[in-house]
Write a protein that binds this ligand. Structure first.
Ligand code: CMC
Length: 429
């Protein structure tokens, strides 16, 4: 692992007649960032970058993405290798501790998760007080937000290392049961207690369905690995922004979870299946939907296509596509929506609108088909994303804690009225 090297290079910025020298920081793969942290003080200017398309908000040693080459690595390990060889719990350990665990370390880590597999019973009462039809992301958000109430000492998880680790184990340990509770509450089924003899993903399936299919468990484990972290995306950046106020882990994760819900982020997996279903019900005319997506007058977008960072392919989508066939075969499922997805992908990729804008299927394009094959209802998909992304969010919050970074507080360019006098009510038109 390499830290950011001392700046050797500078760039010159000219404002009017004045020249300013800005240091350039260099990452592990020689990626460059112009350090503007003293710009306001020295020049009176801020930078402007709506949507942070060109702004590095932090240094980080957790995840590396090269969007042009389609590379995703966690702590240096390529996602394809982790998907092939690692378990979800092993990847959790890696994200949190930088190195892959030894057998003893992994079994100790997994035991900690098992010790924390049972959430406070009061969470069930909270879920029971929500309408059954409530969106699962509202349900999971509500019970994540409730956790500091059950564990008051967790408010010191920023300050105190022992409490920090206890809170991390609690959250990771509780999450499978919490997701299963959400599912069973919506289905109107009785809650199932964890089974300490089972592994993390098997136990999750046991609490969801009361039974465990080994092939399903293996596929789900891989899907969760593929979602484990994705550097400074909308939800991780939200976790860091909230965490920078030194708020406790549970609260920061609740913030990230809310950010995930949106259809442009984790909510896309639900929208993909809804779109594929709509195409099927509309007679399967994929070209019609491609044309809609290309029409600038039409707000419709091909869900599961495009990515802020990946501009050739999403390496996670490649692995998922392979697993989709494997899971459907293993479960002996013939899903007509898969054929529509494959047709849509082929036609969109061949279309200059999509190729010229570098729009390719992303992780969400095929994940929904697998979730559906596993019997997970469509509105639950984003909660499944949250289950997978949880260790990444925690690793981001923990890294922020260890970095001593300042509170996040962007600037703005104000475009409203300049100062004016109050108008009495009778003078207003
Ligand atoms: N369908 C049709 N056109 C699109 C799409 C799409 N899915 N995505 C982008 N474009 C067009 C867009 O209209 C724009 O065209 P033009 O240059 O003519 O104005 C161009 O491509 C660039 O789009 P952008 O919105 O500036 O790109 P962005 O980097 O801001 O947005 C995105 C990335 C993922 C939000 C966007 O591609 C999108 O809305 N995709 C659909 C939603 C989706 O699948 N989200 C899941 C992302 S992966 C999971 C995750 O990490 O959250």
């Amino acid at each position: 692992m390499s830290d950011v090297a001392e700046p050797q290079e500078t760039v010159e910025l000219k404002i009017g007649e004045e020249s300013y020298s800005l240091p350039v920081i260099t990452g592990s793969y020689q990626e460059k960032g112009i350090d503007i942290s003293k710009l306001l003080k020295t020049t009176g200017h801020v930078t402007f970058d709506e949507g942070f398309k060109n702004t590095g908000s932090t240094t980080s040693s957790i995840t590396f993405i090269d969007g042009i080459k389609g590379i995703l690595e966690h702590r240096g390990y390529p996602i394809e290798q982790l998907a092939d060889h690692s378990s979800f719990t092993e990847v959790m350990f890696l994200l949190l501790n930088t190195e892959l665990p030894s057998a003893t370390e992994l079994s100790h880590f997994e035991q900690k998760l098992k010790d924390n597999a049972t959430p406070p019973v009061g969470l069930r009462a909270i879920l029971d007080s929500l309408p059954r039809e409530a969106h699962p992301m509202s349900m999971i958000g509500t019970i994540i937000s409730a956790l500091p109430g059950f564990y008051p000492e967790s408010v010191d998880s920023w300050k105190n290392e022992d409490i920090r680790w206890n809170t991390i184990y609690r959250l990771l340990g509780h999450m499978p049961a919490m997701v299963a509770y959400v599912y069973r509450r919506r289905q109107g089924l009785a809650y199932i207690d964890p089974d300490p003899s089972l592994g993390y993903v098997e136990n999750f399936l046991h609490m969801m369905y009361g039974e465990v299919n080994a092939e399903v468990a293996e596929a789900l484990d891989t899907l969760l690995v593929l979602h484990a972290d994705h550097e400074q995306n909308c939800s991780a950046a939200t976790v860091r922004m909230a965490g920078s106020s030194h708020v406790n882990l549970f609260a920061a994760i609740a913030a990230g979870n809310s950010a995930l819900w949106g259809p442009l982020h984790g909510g896309a997996n639900q929208k993909v299946i809804e779109m594929l279903e709509a195409i099927r019900e509309d007679g399967g005319d994929t070209q019609k939907y491609i044309d809609k997506a290309k029409d600038k007058e039409d707000p419709f977008r091909l869900m599961g296509f495009g990515h802020r960072v990946y501009k050739n392919f999403d390496p996670r989508a490649k692995v998922i596509k392979m697993y989709t066939d494997k899971v459907l075969d293993a479960l002996n499922i013939d899903d007509p929506v898969l054929d529509i997805a494959k047709g849509l992908e082929k036609e969109a990729i061949a279309d200059p609108y999509f190729s010229s804008r570098k729009l390719f299927p992303n992780v969400d394009f095929y994940s929904g088909i697998i979730y559906r094959a596993l019997g997970i209802p469509v509105p639950m998909f984003t909660v499944m994303f949250a289950l997978g992304r949880l260790p990444g969010w925690i690793a981001q919050w923990k890294e922020l804690r260890e970095s001593g970074q300042a509170i996040g507080r962007p600037r703005q360019i104000y475009t409203g009225y300049t100062k004016r006098d109050y108008t009495p009510m009778e003078d207003r038109s």
